[in-house]
Design a protein around this ligand. Structure first.
Ligand SMILES: Nc1ncnc2c1ncn2[C@@H]1O[C@H](COP(=O)(O)OP(=O)(O)OP(=O)(O)O)[C@@H](O)[C@H]1O
Length: 381
């Protein structure tokens, strides 16, 4: 097919990525998260230009955190763009100004998910780039992270957390990660049976997709310039009190100048490789965990209901990497928030500990204890 003269290298690259990775099916409604910055403007323009090939129905969502004095003006700017392109525009405005970056992100994902549910969009698309991936890797590396954190930005993931109904079962939920927060909030806000079942049905249907993970920020910047897209500059991006901004404007340029001019792409590639490793290890760990979890007398089902009983001889045969992951998966299901490194190590150490060894309480009150040949995890003994 002859391409329009507007067809650029980035159009071709995105089209290829979508064909290869199958992350955005054709003929679907897509809700595009547009902040007004260069990455999401590049994203929406590319998707608009590819729309006729893929048969999508595009809508724009903008979240006003009310963080900056110009936030309303920036929302109006995005609305105007949506009008010019003739596509639906949805705005969510935060009632309370979020206090931290993390709180703002949690609120934003919740707001986007609410718009998607209300207007039947199965896909939310964001403009995260290879540069974001490189920054996330560095950020998590400095804070101390395993392979999971280093490969944190994935191409696609379900936006609502399937774990919560189980996690909530015994110890409640404080919502440490964005997924948990979203589910927890929906649970609070949607008490009646009808809306609960609507959310239940939608859980398997809303995906977050990040199709620009192979494109760098300098490429999106160049694209916006070439296409004359009116970027709304976010003044907080320059604020060096935020770690992420220092990584972006100080650390990465330093690495590029002094170590590797293609540091961003290299780091993003490392994240991509680690992601596949993580997926493989998580599957193997899940298999180990299932083999090691056995039914106990007053709880004949093999599930995450406390008390949980684990077979130590089965666990002992596995390599440490899988032991740790299996223990973490278990803790993710029963603790009120994401398990810390210390919690995982504490439970893992019981695999070889002497009979009657016991942990101090995990957050939420559960305790692990060796009752030869098992580990029992329960609220109290
Ligand atoms: N206020 C917002 N409203 C809607 N979507 C947003 C908003 N902020 C961020 N996003 C979405 O999340 C993606 C990544 O967020 P991040 O905070 O890294 O964005 P950013 O630095 O503001 O990116 P951009 O260059 O698109 O503004 C954005 O590309 C966009 O798709």
């Amino acid at each position: 097919m002859a391409e329009s003269s507007n067809w650029t290298h980035l159009h071709a690259q995105l089209h290829r990525t979508l064909l290869q990775r199958q992350i955005l099916p054709s003929n679907q409604p897509l809700l595009v998260a547009v902040s007004g910055g260069q990455d999401s403007l590049c994203l929406i323009k590319l998707l608009l230009d590819l729309q006729s090939k893929w048969g999508w129905n595009l809508g724009i969502a903008h979240c006003d955190h009310r963080w900056r004095s110009d936030s309303e003006a920036s929302a109006n700017h995005v609305e105007q763009l949506a009008q010019n392109w003739g596509i639906s525009y949805y705005l969510e405005t935060s009632s309370d100004i979020p206090k931290t970056e993390a709180a703002a992100r949690l609120w934003r994902y919740q707001a986007l998910t609410e718009i998607a549910i209300a207007h039947n969009y199965p896909y939310i698309v964001t403009g995260h780039t290879a540069s974001d991936r490189a920054e996330t890797l560095l950020y998590n590396l400095i804070r101390g992270s395993g392979a999971d954190g280093l490969s944190a930005l994935t191409w696609t993931r379900p936006l609502l957390d399937f774990r919560l109904p189980i996690a909530d079962f015994r110890l409640g939920n404080s919502g440490e990660n964005p997924n948990s927060q979203i589910s927890a909030d929906f649970r609070l806000e949607n008490q009646d049976e009808n809306s609960q079942s609507k959310i239940q049905n939608l859980k398997s249907q809303i995906y977050l997709v990040r199709p620009l993970l192979e494109i760098t920020r300098s490429q999106t910047g160049q694209f916006c310039q070439d296409q004359k897209l009116p970027i709304w500059e976010d003044s907080t991006n320059q604020d060096l009190q935020y770690t992420r901004n220092r990584i972006r404007s100080e650390l990465l340029p330093y690495l590029e100048t002094h170590f590797n001019p293609k540091a961003q792409q290299a780091l993003a590639q490392t994240a991509e490789l680690l992601r596949a490793d993580v997926e493989y290890l998580e599957l193997a760990a899940s298999d180990l965990r299932q083999r090691a979890m056995s039914p106990i007398a007053d709880n004949p089902q093999v599930n995450f209901q406390l008390p949980v009983k684990l077979n130590r001889p089965i666990l002992r045969e596995a390599p440490l990497a899988l032991q740790r992951r299996a223990m973490r998966q278990l803790l993710q299901q029963i603790l009120p928030s994401a398990p810390s490194f210390e919690s995982v190590e504490k439970l893992t150490s019981l695999i070889v500990a002497p009979n009657r060894s016991q942990t101090d309480p995990f957050p939420g009150g559960a305790i692990g204890r060796v009752e030869h040949p098992s580990i029992i995890l329960d609220i109290k003994f």
